[in-house]
Design a protein around this ligand. Structure first.
Ligand SMILES: [Fe+2]
Length: 200
């Protein structure tokens, strides 16, 4: 992915804290903006993993878990139609809709090496770590005869060490994102497998 430095570091309006979009509205946006099934599935998978992580690992309440889920669901919403302006368009849309700035910052920081925005809180750091790994785990599942059935972190880790497999996934970004969180790559991969395997 080419770099798309956003050239800014604050997003949304603090007075919109707590303003969430409901899930049906977010899915509607996704259906309108993202005709590609595979890309939509990717966003739904990241959303499911984000939500599960918030609830199971961060003891988040329903509202906070929805924040995490929405960030996951919308993080690549503009990627298909506006590849050259990826991230800027969805950020501006969410700002226009007066959405909670935490969600917008989270989306803006999901690729610090591309968008020039550093992940700050746990939600930001987790979307960065989950995003590329989720796609990589899915690519690994697709080439197994039994897909997610019986899949474990070990086989994914082996593929990560094979540069030709899913070569477009930056191993450097994965390592960078993992270095910013308190969870091992094995544990995160296992969590991703468990929580995205049934998403369709
Ligand atoms: Fe993504």
């Amino acid at each position: 992915m080419a770099t798309h430095n956003l050239g800014r570091s604050t997003f949304g309006d603090p007075k919109n804290a707590g303003n969430l979009m409901n899930i049906a509205e977010a899915h509607q946006l996704l259906n309108e903006w993202v005709p590609n099934d595979r890309l939509r599935l990717h966003m739904k998978q990241v959303a499911a993993v984000m939500k599960a992580w918030a609830i199971k690992k961060e003891n988040a309440n329903e509202q906070t878990a929805l924040n995490w889920e929405l960030a996951g669901l919308l993080h690549d919403a503009d990627w298909e139609k506006y590849p050259d302006d990826h991230c800027r368009i969805i950020i501006e849309e969410l700002e226009k809709r007066n959405i909670d700035p935490e969600i917008i910052h989270c989306i803006a920081s999901h690729g610090p090496n591309y968008f020039g925005v550093q992940p700050e809180n746990t939600m930001d750091k987790m979307i960065y770590a989950i995003d590329e790994l989720s796609g990589f785990v899915h690519a690994s599942a697709l080439i197994r005869p039994t897909r997610y059935e019986g899949m474990d972190a070990k086989s994914v880790l082996k593929k990560l060490k094979t540069p030709s497999f899913a070569a477009q996934v930056s191993r450097e970004d994965i390592n960078d994102s993992i270095s910013r969180i308190d969870t091992s790559i094995d544990e995160l991969i296992q969590f991703i497998i468990e929580h995205q395997k049934d998403v369709s």
